[in-house]
Design a protein around this ligand. Structure first.
Ligand SMILES: *Cc1c(COP(=O)(O)O)cnc(C)c1O
Length: 462
């Protein structure tokens, strides 16, 4: 038994032998020897582990090719891709795309010096997020605002600053997990806050909160279940009631609304909480992400009562989770667009609000381009998702092109690894390209990528 597993191990090449091969030397000259050695070592470790499970090692040139592909990918860094999934806020593909002007401004700030923390009038030290905070308070009516690195950091900072060593009350229906790493119970523990679970998974009443209050309670927290819905026999006390209960007991009430809808606008379902609405309901603090419905860069926004925001601002964790200058610059641009009702300049908003007929126009253009080359591309109606932990269960009618393939998963894999990489949906008959998240400028590249991926299905061109 052990012999069989050990047998394939013998022909696994040594790192140095592959490094000294011609491709190994050429790659070392281009990417640096340390990087090539590192990816070779990692790839060989995996081959060895597979061999121990009885998997025969691939030929040396395949091992080399896999390792060099890794080195090349690391050396070239992040790459642009085409998002044909129709998921507007796709976490795997970077959530909200920035407006061109916001991205250009971030790049300009990054490549030179800026007045990041200096007030030009006085030469005195300023705060890097001061301008963004003015815009945030202007749009939402909050007393004060603070910007940190991301939504999770905003929650962590607020918990650490307001409830460390004390109790925070949260409904059992809202002990959410977002994206696998952000879990309310875990972040409470990390902040040194004792989580007091209130009510049940599907029904929690205000009286449950009242009963859970004690002299150790330092915070009542409400969390928007931004990536799922509890349906059926359910109840959660409204923010307004929790705010009143908290106020009566002299405890702050914080509402993590998740998505960063600043104010209610037409076309967004009324059950999605907005920052303005949460503040009007009496929330003492409201927190949300910058790169979800706000349509900006990764950031965490905290709004609310001046005294509380100031406590957060002075807490040591605030420095550990501060924003970068590129984030601040892009955020200022996006907030200025919200403040002056120029939301059409924000790609997330443009994509969410584009009528299905307009999307259909791009689908028809793509289908027509593809049709000359291959049969089996047809325009179909489909639904786009908002994604990114926003508007769960809410879809936007859209339009796409379904390209038939005898082997849809294989075709999707070829699209993902093509140039430019394309991400799409898989159907029973082929792949579906949802045009809501594809711009007109990307259509030519998309058509070429599909034609290339399709040739594999049909090498003779039929
Ligand atoms: C997305 C989300 C977070 C985390 O925000 P990040 O910016 O991803 O760190 C926290 N709470 C809720 C309710 C969310 O939807």
């Amino acid at each position: 038994m052990e012999r069989a597993a050990a047998e394939p191990r013998r022909r696994i090449p040594a790192v140095d032998a592959l490094l000294r091969s011609d491709p190994g030397r050429r790659a070392s000259a281009t990417f640096g020897r340390a990087l090539v050695k590192r990816t070779l070592t990692k790839t060989l470790d995996e081959v060895r582990a597979a061999a121990a499970r009885g998997v025969a090692p691939p030929p040396d040139d395949e091992i080399l090719a896999a390792a060099l592909a890794r080195a090349s990918s690391a050396a070239h860094g992040l790459g642009r891709v085409i998002n044909a999934t129709g998921v507007v806020l796709h976490t795997g593909l970077g959530r909200a795309p920035l407006p061109e002007a916001a991205a250009a401004s971030a790049a300009r700030i990054a490549s030179g010096y800026s007045d990041l923390e200096i007030e030009p009038e006085t030469g005195a030290r300023g705060r890097r997020s001061a301008r963004a905070e003015v815009l945030l308070t202007a749009v939402t009516g909050a007393e004060d605002a603070l910007v940190v690195n991301n939504g999770a950091a905003a929650v962590l900072l607020a918990l650490a600053a307001l409830a460390r060593g004390k109790h925070a009350l949260v409904s059992r229906g809202e002990l959410i997990e977002i994206g696998g790493e952000f879990r309310i119970p875990d972040i409470m523990a990390a902040a040194g806050v004792r989580l007091v679970e209130v009510g049940t998974t599907n029904r929690t009443r205000l009286s449950d909160f009242r009963a859970a209050l004690s002299d150790k309670t330092a915070l009542i927290l409400k969390v928007h279940p931004s990536n799922y819905r509890v349906v059926g026999f359910t109840a959660e006390p409204p923010a307004r009631d929790l705010a009143a209960l908290a106020a009566k007991n002299g405890v702050p009430f914080m509402y993590d609304i998740g998505s960063g809808l600043l104010e209610h606008v037409a076309g967004i379902p009324a059950d999605e909480p907005s920052a303005e609405g949460a503040l009007a309901d009496g929330a003492d603090l409201v927190v949300f992400s910058g790169d979800k419905l706000l349509g900006g860069p990764q950031a965490g926004v905290i709004l609310g009562r001046a005294a509380l925001v100031d406590r957060l601002r002075r807490h040591p964790v605030a420095r550990a989770v501060r924003v970068d200058k590129m984030q601040v610059s892009a955020l200022e641009h996006v907030l200025a667009a919200h403040a002056s009702d120029r939301r059409a300049e924000i790609p997330t908003w443009r994509m969410l609000r584009e009528p299905a007929e307009h999307v259909r126009h791009r689908a028809e253009l793509l289908a027509r381009t593809l049709d000359g080359e291959l049969a089996g591309a047809r325009v179909v109606a489909c639904d786009s998702a908002v994604g990114g932990g926003s508007l769960p269960g809410y879809v936007v009618p859209s339009s796409g092109v379904e390209v038939s393939s005898p082997e849809p998963a294989g075709m999707a894999a070829r699209l993902r690894t093509g140039s430019p990489p394309v991400f799409c949906r898989i159907t029973e008959r082929g792949v579906l390209l949802d045009l809501r998240t594809v711009t007109e400028e990307e259509l030519a590249d998309l058509a070429r990528a599909v034609q290339y991926a399709r040739e594999w299905d049909d090498p003779d061109g039929e």
